[in-house]
Design a protein around this ligand. Sequence first.
Ligand code: 13P
Length: 249
Amino acid sequence: MPTPLIAGNWKMNGSLSLVETFGRALSDADLPPQLDVALMVPFPYLEAAARSLAGSRAAVGAQTLSDQASGAYTGEVSGEMLRELGASLVLVGHSERRTLFGEDDTAVLARVRRALEAGLRPLLCLGETLEERDAERSEGVVLGQLDAVLAGLDPVQRQQLVVAYEPVWAIGTGRTATPEQAQAMHAAIRRRLASHDEALAEAMPLLYGGSMKADNAADLLAQPDIDGGLIGGASLKIDDFLAICQSAG
Ligand code: 13P
């Protein structure tokens, strides 16, 4: 069984003072013993987050990285730089990156590879749009996104991945996937992983994301193939975030 993981994705939100608030609260919190916690903060807050979360069990992560190692790429940030600032994880392929910034499966794979080269754990996001769900194409879309990355990695690299299923229609909409809908997709992801490698399928944490809140987290996390959550809006309120962490224990 993978250790459960609750990861907060602040997106382009938060402030230095919120970083300090989370640092204090997570250091003082009595978290369930079998739980990993991570906060994915905007680039400028990484160093402060690493410092203020150092006394807590929470790891620090970034939300994207460049597909290049270094060079003339104005405005880009490399995996090495993130690592130097204290990040140990990085989101790759979030649907906002795929839809708003045009990152396709090739771009996602390139970033996963760069993350691994820099010693960062890639948290790979997969998810279908409402149109794709209505056309009953959800599973094909999600497994296609997964296959595109698995095909480009060797077995050792694959062991570093964490996967998050985030249906696009559930992100920021208040419309959560039902526990049954989420479980069905997680089971399909786990089966696809097992077709490559049984041990990989058993060990990889599969997170659900999309309007996960304190009041629906327990039902989602009770599903056999849901090992944690990737939390957007509710990860900006410390009480809500801690309540979700408690329901993962
Ligand atoms: P919400 O929890 O705000 O729906 O966002 C989910 C998400 O995109 C996390 O990466």
